[in-house]
Every structure is written in structure tokens, then in C-alpha cells.
Write a protein that binds this ligand. Structure first.
Ligand code: F0G
Length: 470
């Protein structure tokens, strides 16, 4: 049936639904434990959802990272793994896929995103240089800091307001960036760290106009731009939907145009590329590539596998071609929006507009009576798990960590609890159950008390910190 006939049918029905461009071939049974057991499990886990056992979780929205369902084609590709130590044919397939779809020249495989972050930052940052970026990401900033860099947030101010409806809240504030260039001197800027669908801002996209203007500014000052391409398919989809002039372009075309304004990218293939493990780094400059290719053998593995098995690289190569399809991204972002709409209909405070990979509950608005240093978002994640077995993650003061100079907590403007939706895993019915769980927790918000941190690891504390009830 042609698109136009479908469209006419949709208009006659007064609506136009989308459905996933796949059907389910294999299922994994879920187990639900009782509320009392969940209470014990949460307490034993120190009120940190990262420390729960997954078998005690009913619907797992901890992350969309490495949790995708692979397709039959990807699984078939796993059987084509060429497990040679050097020169695996799957590496060349991966290289070709990154070149074709993202457009970069040289590719270095890594075991996952943070492996790539480590290599690029160790290579391009000199001690004491500034790294401006459109909001921090936990592992990204840590690798920048460990390489001697100082992260500076240059995202537009609208990104810090959960209720601001700006369509591209991931945009870089170019005036702020130029001021930084002038005040610090470009020799003290390592590069611009640009992320698509900014995770910590609520999955908010960057517009094509913004990246184009950023390129112009950086060219004038001679500064490189490296892209965190982790969720760029979703960013490209938002450009198609929201930015003038892109409605008739495919996600793949938009992606390639966007990447063209950057000098390279690092990637957690565990997200958009639809695999359970993997990553890559890609650059256009041969000299830089040469350094990265040398460094990868120390930390990840030979430059033709970088920590991945041949079969994993095959799955990434196929995942890139699948994940970038318009209908795939539409269904993915559509499911996130479906959950968001259910919550908005109940006037539950979430980050707006709804982002690409997750719903972010605004824990400040949930619990105005819980001060930030009693961890409102951590509390909310614990409450939701206990109520319904749904697992989310804190994205607020615990994730922000401490200032390396003062040792004080960083107090981010956004105190959020994230419900990240794995790709191709859950159904609309699961989303209904999640929404009802959130509603129950919202309805009992006034009686909820905060938490006290009783164990705090040095790096990326949110993963392993432990809490007690107040
Ligand atoms: N960049 C972004 C924007 C990410 O979201 C992540 C991971 C990484 C880099 C690091 O990649 O996990 O493959 O080493 N984000 C996950 C999450 C962990 O749950 O958001 P990685």
C-alpha cells in the first residue's frame, strides 16, 4: 500500500498511528517479585538501582545502553564472526559502515564509548586546557579531566529549565563559546565537545543551523569539534521533524550532513547502533588517526578489533545500517513520546519537550520538600522500584559528583530521574505499566523522605554509592 493511501486512511480515521517496523521472534520471560521483597532488595542495594540484581527487576529502564534487542540479521551476522587477531573481515565491514553512514575517513574500534573517550582525550588535551561542551556527560567529562582538561558548559540556558519548550535545547551558546575563546585564548582550548541528543539535558537535540554556525566559529578560531555520536540517529530524526528544510530528507542524509561539520566522533555503539557491546572512534585527520591507532593497542586491543570480537563488529556494522532507517528511529522516539504523553496527561512533572531516548522525571518538582543534598532523584528511583519493580536511574546531584578543586558537591540545576527505554525491547503495554507506577509514586510524594549517602566511591560515584533512609 502506498504512503499516500495510508495517509488518506489515517485521515479518515482521524488519526495516524505508527507501529514498530519489526515483529517479535524470541521472548525473554519476566519475573515479578512482591513488594515486600522489593523493599528488602532496595535496602540491600543501598538505595542505588545500579546495585540491584537484574532478576529482581520487572521492567528495566536503567539504561538504553547495551540493552537493545538485536535483529535476526544481526544474530546471523554473529555467526559470520572472523575471529582473527589481525585484519578480521568484520572490521572492514564496520569501517565501511562508519564511512558510508557517518562520513568520517579513519576508524578505530573500541570496546565501548568510554574506551574511545579515553583515547581521544589522552591524545588531544594538553594539561590545563579548557574543553567547552554542550553539557557534561559523566564518563566524557571524567576522561577529559583525567587527561588534564577542564570542562566548561556552553549549552544554551534553556537546557537547564525542564519546562522550556525550545525545540533544540542541546544547542551550543555560541556567544558564550566565543567569549571563552577570547578570554582564555584559543591555545588554551583543547577542542569543542559536542553531543547529539544531550543525555543529561533530557535527550535534547542540536539543530543543523547550530552545528553549521559552530563550525563557522571554530574555523575562525582554528578549534576542532569532536562529536559524541552516541545518539545521533535520534538527533537527526528531531532535525527532520523540527527544523525547516529537512522534512523531506532521510535520517541517514541528515546524519551525514551533521557529521560533516565535525572533525571526528566517538561512539558508544551500545545505543543507536543496536548492539549489546561495542564502540568506535573516527576522525578525518590522518596524523591524529595514526596516534589513536597506536594508543588503542595499549588499552583496548589491536587496531582492527579494539576490544571487540569479530562477531561484535559484524553486529555493529549491521546495526548501523538498520538503526539509521527512518521507520526504525520513528518507532523508537515514538515509544518514548508515548510514555511521555501518558505522564503529561496526568500532569506529572517531566523534562519537556520529551527527548529521544528517555523520560526524565523532574525530581525537584516531585519532592520540593527534599533538599538537593538529600538526593531527591535518587529517592525517586528507589521509590519507583519499590512500588512497581520498574528500574530507572538518578541523573542529578549524585551523577554530577564533586568539584575536583573544592571537593564540594556539584549542584546541577537539573535534578532528574531517568527512565531510559531500551530499543526494540518493551511494548506499549509495558509503557502503560510504567506510567501507572510513576503515577502511584507521584500521588504519595508528600510522605516521601530523602536519603543519606553512607558510601561514596571516588570516581563516577553514582554507579556504586550507597544510601540509607533518613
Ligand atoms: N556518551 C554518552 C552521551 C553516553 O550516554 C554514554 C553512556 C557514553 C558516552 C559512554 O559510553 O557506556 O559505551 O562507555 N551512557 C550510558 C547511559 C551508560 O546509561 O546513558 P559507554
Amino acid at each position: 500500500m502506498s504512503d499516500s493511501i495510508l495517509h488518506t486512511m489515517g485521515q479518515q480515521l482521524g488519526r495516524r498511528s505508527w507501529a514498530e517496523p519489526w515483529k517479535i521472534k524470541m521472548v525473554e520471560p519476566l519475573r515479578v517479585i512482591g513488594q515486600e521483597e522489593r523493599q528488602h532488595a532496595m535496602k540491600d542495594a543501598g538505595y542505588n538501582t545500579f546495585l540491584l540484581r537484574s532478576e529482581d527487576v520487572y521492567i528495566d529502564l536503567l539504561t538504553d545502553s547495551g540493552t537493545s534487542a538485536m535483529s535476526d540479521r544481526q544474530w546471523a551476522g554473529m555467526m559470520l564472526g572472523d575471529e582473527a587477531y589481525a585484519g578480521s573481515r568484520n572490521f572492514y565491514h564496520l569501517e565501511e559502515a562508519v564511512r558510508d553512514y557517518y562520513g568520517y575517513k579513519y576508524i578505530v574500534p573500541t570496546h565501548q564509548g568510554r574506551g574511545a573517550e579515553h583515547l581521544i582525550n589522552q591524545t588531544v588535551i594538553k594539561q590545563g586546557q579548557f574543553v567547552p561542551g554542550n553539557m557534561y556527560f559523566t564518563t566524557t567529562r571524567l576522561h577529559q579531566e583525567l587527561a588534564g582538561g577542564i570542562f566548561v558548559d556552553v549549552i544554551i540556558k534553556e537546557a537547564h529549565d525542564p519546562n522550556d519548550l525550545h525545540p533544540f535545547k542541546g544547542n551550543v551558546d555560541l556567544d558564550k563559546l566565543e567569549t571563552l575563546f577570547k578570554e582564555r585564548g584559543v591555545e588554551n582550548i583543547a577542542y569543542v565537545s559536542l553531543a547529539g541528543t544531550v543525555n543529561m539535558a533530557g535527550g535534547q537535540p542540536v539543530s543543523m543551523a547550530n552545528v553549521k554556525a559552530l563550525r563557522g566559529l571554530c574555523d575562525r578560531y582554528g578549534v576542532a569539534i569532536y562529536l559524541d555520536a552516541t545518539r545521533m540517529f535520534e538527533n537527526a530524526y528531531f532535525i527532520q521533524q523540527r527544523e525547516e528544510g529537512y522534512a523531506n530528507k532521510s535520517v541517514a542524509e541528515i546524519l551525514k550532513e551533521f557529521c560533516q561539520y565535525t572533525d571526528g566522533a566517538w561512539m558508544s555503539a551500545k545505543k543507536d547502533n543496536l548492539v549489546n557491546i561495542g564502540g568506535w572512534l573516527a576522525v578525518n585527520d590522518y596524523e591524529l588517526f595514526d596516534q589513536l591507532r597506536n594508543l588503542v593497542v595499549i588499552y583496548e586491543g589491536l587496531h582492527t578489533y579494539g576490544g571487540m570480537a569479530g562477531r561484535d563488529m559484524e553486529a555493529v556494522a549491521i546495526g548501523i545500517a538498520e538503526g539509521v532507517q527512518d521507520d526504525q528511529v520513528r518507532a523508537r522516539v515514538g515509544q518514548v513520546e508515548y510514555l511521555g504523553t501518558l505522564l503529561l496527561d496526568w500532569e506529572i512533572p517531566i523534562v519537556k519537550p520529551v527527548g529521544g531516548h528517555a523520560i526524565f522525571l523532574d525530581a525537584r518538582a516531585f519532592y520540593p520538600h527534599i533538599p538537593q543534598d538529600e538526593f531527591p532523584a535518587q529517592t525517586l528511583a528507589a521509590q519507583l522500584y519499590t512500588d512497581s519493580g520498574v528500574r530507572g536511574m538518578e541523573r542529578g546531584i549524585v551523577s554530577a559528583g564533586r568539584d575536583p578543586d573544592t571537593g564540594e558537591h556539584r549542584y546541577p540545576a537539573l535534578e532528574l530521574m531517568r527512565l531510559a527505554i531500551p530499543r526494540r525491547v518493551y511494548t506499549q503495554a509495558h509503557m502503560d505499566v510504567v506510567a501507572e507506577g510513576v503515577k502511584t509514586v507521584y500521588d504519595s510524594r508528600e510522605a516521601t523522605r530523602g536519603l543519606k549517602m553512607v558510601y561514596e566511591p571516588k570516581y563516577l560515584r553514582f554507579f556504586q554509592a550507597r544510601f540509607e533512609a533518613q
